[in-house]
Design a protein around this ligand. Structure first.
Ligand code: S3P
Ligand code: PEP
Length: 449
């Protein structure tokens, strides 16, 4: 099935931003590893947080969903002695953290995932865990998923990781390290990308009572054996999810209000707010109502702009969509990690936007796909079928790019919004965006929003 989406003449209204996926996933983990009861307020319910919950349940945690919060009966350090297969589906974060944690429990664990996940880079993490004493094998070879971790413990010591493939390797080792027999040190080589995610991990660990320290440049870490403490956590809004609503608001003059917004976030993707301001869009936070108001004047998105995304990788596809309407140019650099995401996101956006008539060029640095330059226009003809490349963020970004085209477009992959933003189509329907699921052969099948 494809989703046919009609363009709109305006975009305004009040929309609810989903809660943060990374914060919810981290809080589920710290609650699982602590002894006693933890609660996660304002948690995000979506496929990828469900995948994390199921993985943690497989390790013995009891997780109950209540209205507005999760209750977690953690396991502390008493992992049950049961052989199990843990399914991480398409979630890189779940696979990497579960693989690391499987080292510090007593039985063989197979960790697997879907076809996309099985293609992602895992070798540096497996190597680092082996340096710390883990006994892990890749079942199909090539050091990719699925893996079997024989659960023979982590001794501790020093491991080495690259900083320019995925911050999730560092996050994964950091979550398992407090449960090693001795202190763990991590040495990172090369430039450290996605630093905001590592800082979110460090904050989660410190709040849970873990003894961890990191150098200012995030190249060196020390973790002491320590116990996770039960706690209550409240998650904030998700700025990657918010970026689709904010980008849509920036494409049309007028006022848009986003709710469930608290404004004090460690997320790198918060950068979408100052980026919009640079593009001439006014954004105001109101703490009293936990909301954010976008006032977009008719003359915004005009000029020559450059953005470094090394600390906000997940808004790269959103910026490509927005850039399609920047009269002048938008140059984005520092996005090399996104080639290892669910799809190679820069190439995906450049290929699909080019198909829609957008002037976008991929930028390479030393032969590595690192960014793009897009020279936007007022509008495009539309009437094209665009692929999500099997990636929820590509679908959501292309959906936004299509809103200001002249005729309806069709998109694959719309079902994947359930991974991170299950209410995506309902929120856009509130703004009058009409969508219909259609067979690939043309016939409209059913209204979706
Ligand atoms: O720790 C996390 O929750 C994440 C880290 C980042 O991974 P990379 O460092 O691989 O970009 C980010 O892109 C991903 O969506 C979520
Ligand atoms: C976090 C994401 O993916 P992953 O955990 O698979 O890297 C994402 O695409 O939102």
């Amino acid at each position: 099935m494809l989703l046919q989406v009609d363009p709109v003449d305006s975009f305004s209204g009040t929309f609810r931003v989903p809660s943060s996926k990374p914060e919810t996933q981290r809080a589920i983990l710290t609650g699982t590893l602590a002894e006693g009861t933890s609660r996660v307020f304002n948690d995000l319910r979506c496929d990828e947080t469900e995948t994390m919950k199921n993985a943690c349940r497989a390790f013995g945690a009891k997780i109950t969903e209540h209205d507005g919060f999760l209750e977690i009966q953690g396991i502390g350090q008493s992992f049950p002695n049961i052989r199990r297969v843990i399914q991480s589906r398409g979630s890189g974060l779940v696979f990497r953290i579960v693989t690391a944690l499987a080292s510090v429990q007593p039985s063989p664990v197979v960790v697997t995932g879907d076809a996309t996940l099985r293609n992602r880079v895992m070798e540096p993490l497996l190597r680092a865990l082996r340096e710390l004493g883990a006994d892990i094998e890749s079942i199909v070879g090539e050091n990719k998923a699925p893996v079997v971790n024989w659960g023979r413990g982590l001794k501790g010591g020093t491991c080495h990781l690259p900083g320019d493939i995925s911050s999730q390797f560092i996050t994964a080792v950091l979550f398992a390290a407090p449960l090693a027999e001795g202190p763990v040190e991590i040495e990172v080589t090369g430039e450290v990308y996605s630093q905001s995610y590592i800082r979110q991990t460090l904050a989660s660990l410190t709040d849970a009572g873990i003894k961890v320290s990191a150098s200012e440049d995030l190249r060196h870490y020390e973790v002491e054996p320590s116990a996770y403490q039960a706690q209550d956590v409240t998650t904030h809004e998700d700025y990657t999810s918010a970026s689709y609503l904010l980008a849509a608001a920036a494409l049309f003059p007028g006022r848009t209000v986003l709710s469930n917004v608290y404004g004090d976030s460690m997320q790198g993707e918060f950068a979408i707010v100052p980026i919009l301001e640079r593009l001439g869009v006014n954004v105001t936070f109101d703490r009293a109502t936990s909301s954010l108001t976008v006032d977009n004047p008719p003359d915004s998105l005009c000029g020559t702009f450059e953005v470094d995304v090394r600390d906000c990788p997940n808004i790269v596809p959103t910026l490509a969509a927005l850039g399609a309407y920047v009269r002048g140019s938008l140059r984005v650099t520092g996005g090399r990690l996104t080639r290892f995401h669910k799809a190679s996101r820069i190439e995906a956006m450049a290929a699909e936007l080019t198909r829609a008539g957008v002037d976008i060029e991929v930028l390479y640095d030393d032969g590595i796909c690192d960014g793009f330059e897009v020279r936007g226009a007022r509008t495009y003809p539309g009437g094209v079928t665009l692929s999500s490349w099997g990636d929820h963020r590509i679908f959501m970004s292309l959906f936004v790019a299509g809103l200001r085209m002249r005729s309806a477009n069709r998109f694959s992959g719309f079902e994947d919004v359930r991974l991170s933003f299950p209410t995506f189509l309902e929120e856009f329907a509130r703004a009058g965006v009409r969508t219909a699921a259609v067979e690939e052969e043309n016939a409209p099948a059913e209204a979706v929003g």
